[in-house]
Ligand binder design. Structure first.
Ligand SMILES: [Zn+2]
Length: 399
């Protein structure tokens, strides 16, 4: 490039200033500087400078350009204007091939298109973001509303006497226990932990008080009906709640077979049939292998022998499967209200209003041990772990 601009540079360079700078920046040695200044006339001095400079390599040339930029910027512009395409490859001053220029142009065009695409994506993302933000805000509002509703509901449940939920304030005397002495030992027994197991006990005490037809057992005490309104001072009636936790294992798949049932019967009916759901004046929640939903055990509520909705997929009815099933019973004899809660599904399976004629007896049974193993634990009174969900389910059951 120096060569191509030799004449122009020779005529225009401010030799003195440039030599000083070149020396100061250690491109030219003192003797090289003096060799230039020793020449007669500015033109000869420029000539000498331009003769030495190419030996200083790329670095020297770059510094020369920086000096020109500072001292005589128009000369630098002139040099670059004449040689814009190779200003960065000045040490190899061949002309750039045209196709390289074209390639660069294409690259620039591509980059421009990419930038346009990115901008478009950015605009789209921004709009999605706006939409998400709006949805999120709506969800938050809904969530807040639901939380308030639940809170009100829970407060109602905790505060209402009618909804009197048996919690730690419940009288321990009203705790419900399985009657080991009445268990039908042809089918089951109550073990030393007070749990109902569907296998025959090791020792069989066949006294007359045992249930003979009903293949389960009942609570140790029945729940009396409140005195009729004509009585002078009606005793306050608190609703009762108990629940069962049953460990169930599939030994062999059944067909229309009962796995377990938890219910309430009028006392005189208790031993009239082998299962509660077959008895008159009985109400129960049962788990069974229904004929419609093969491969799954279903949960249903029976009212006086009539089967209600089938909740399928209670657990797999497949050999070796095990699960613990939880059901709650809410009974308000004072108001004639009975309800069953499916604690695993967190739903009130059924609630019914009945005019009872006799004291009520809670009953529990388990199916045939060659089909299912069942180990049922009854929990009541202070042993119940009361949660907010449970409270609102019980509240729902009573209202
Ligand atoms: Zn079913």
């Amino acid at each position: 490039m120096l060569q191509r601009n030799h004449v122009y540079l020779k005529e225009h360079l401010d030799v003195e200033k440039i030599l000083d700078e070149l020396y100061q920046r250690e491109v030219f040695s003192l003797s090289e500087k003096e060799r230039c200044t020793g020449k007669q006339g500015l033109s000869a001095q420029s000539d000498e400078l331009l003769c030495i400079l190419p030996r200083k390599g790329r670095k020297g040339y770059d510094i020369f350009l920086q000096i020109l930029d500072k001292v005589q910027p128009y000369i630098k512009d002139q040099l670059e204007g004449k040689d814009s395409s190779d200003s960065h490859t000045a040490s190899a001053p061949e002309k750039q091939p045209l196709d390289q220029v074209e390639r660069l142009k294409m690259e620039i065009e591509n980059l421009r298109m990419e930038a346009a695409q990115l901008e478009k994506s950015y605009v789209q993302l921004q709009s999605s973001h706006e939409q998400l933000k709006t949805s999120h805000e709506q969800l938050e509002k809904e969530n807040e509303m639901l939380r308030e509703q639940l809170h009100t509901k829970n407060q109602g449940a905790a505060g209402s006497d009618r909804g009197g939920i048996p919690d730690s304030r419940m009288d321990p005397g009203s705790q419900l226990q399985l009657d080991a002495a009445r268990a039908n030992i042809d089918w089951c027994h109550v073990n030393t932990d007070g749990q109902l197991v569907n296998s025959r006990p090791a020792t069989q005490d066949r006294h007359s008080g045992r249930l003979r037809k009903y293949e389960g057992t009942c609570a140790t005490t029945s729940i009396p009906l409140p005195p009729s309104p004509s009585t002078v001072t009606p005793a306050p009636c608190t609703p009762q709640y108990w629940e069962t936790h049953s460990r169930v294992g599939v030994v062999s798949e059944g067909w229309g077979c009962l796995v377990l049932e938890v219910g309430v019967v009028e006392e005189s009916q208790v031993d009239s049939k082998m299962y509660v759901y077959l008895q008159r004046r009985s109400w129960c929640v049962g788990v069974w292998s229904c004929g419609t939903h093969r491969g799954s055990l279903c949960t249903s509520v029976w009212q006086q022998g009539e089967k209600g909705k089938c909740y399928s997929n209670t657990m797999f009815d497949t050999l070796g499967k095990q699960a613990t099933l939880h059901y709650g019973v809410v009974l308000d004899v004072g108001r004639g209200r009975l309800a069953f809660i499916d604690l695993d599904r967190e739903v009130v399976s059924a609630k019914v209003d009945v005019e009872w004629r006799e004291s009520l007896l809670p009953v529990f049974s388990a199916g045939h041990p060659d089909l299912y193993t069942v180990n049922m634990k009854v929990i009541s009174g202070p042993d119940i772990t009361m949660t907010d969900t449970k409270k609102s389910l019980i509240f729902d059951a009573l209202n």
